[in-house]
Design a binder for this molecule. Sequence first.
Ligand SMILES: [Zn+2]
Length: 284
Amino acid sequence: MALTRVSEILKMADEAHTSAIAFICIDYNTAYSVARAAEETNTPAIIMLLWEHNAKMNTMNMKGFAAMARELAQGVKVPIGVHLDHGYDYAEVFRAMNAGFNSVMIDGSAHPLEENIAITKKVTETAHLLGVDVEAELGHVGMAVDHDGDKSDFYTDPAIAERFCRETDCDYLTISIGNAHGVYVETPHLDIARLEEINAATDTPLVLHGGSGIPDEQLEVAFRKGINKFNLGTDFLAAYYQAILDYNASVAGDDNPYKMLDLPMYTQEKLVAFLKTRLALCHF
Ligand SMILES: [Zn+2]
């Protein structure tokens, strides 16, 4: 299977009443670890680049990331997708398609509904000609630090979901049901009834962002009730950061410059161990 369309992975997830996990990766260590953990657990997964990490923080360039992720995907037997997270305008997601991402997100959720529909539709028309899948967002997933997960006016309206998916022809849809990006101030409570209503209103696979900090019991329910793609970023970054801190502690006082070369494999081992705990949530 190797490099696989994200729409195909989500179809497999839907048929198994589970979710695939898309991990935000920032470099080779993170992307390699996702491919290896997926292979070792025989669980499909998605290597994902958050647009602003590339555009604003210079973690990697877009073409280099896509080429690296595609190569890693081709090197394993398990299905792996390559996705761009949160592109905000047509030009940016077009660049990502051109760079080799087989899936892109156009996030028009900050715009009024009709503008969100228009920009999403423009992206899907181009993407589908190129064989690229498109994720859209209806409602708005805000920031956990601002308590956005508690703001019900941000939540996805089930009554609009069917029309949005039909008119935009998006391949999967990000919804807002009490989730938010970043570190939650209090334990979030997903609006499962709303998820069920949205899932009943449309056949389009549904996506949950802001996955770090949602209790596993809630995730298990959400995966059964229609979430087929789950984005994880903050917890993965935290595992990476901790691994680097641990390595630094283990070599404290050692001024041998070649100790630098042991860092990648040290962090990869720790990341693979973390990723396996998250991939255990998937039941393909
Ligand atoms: Zn997001």
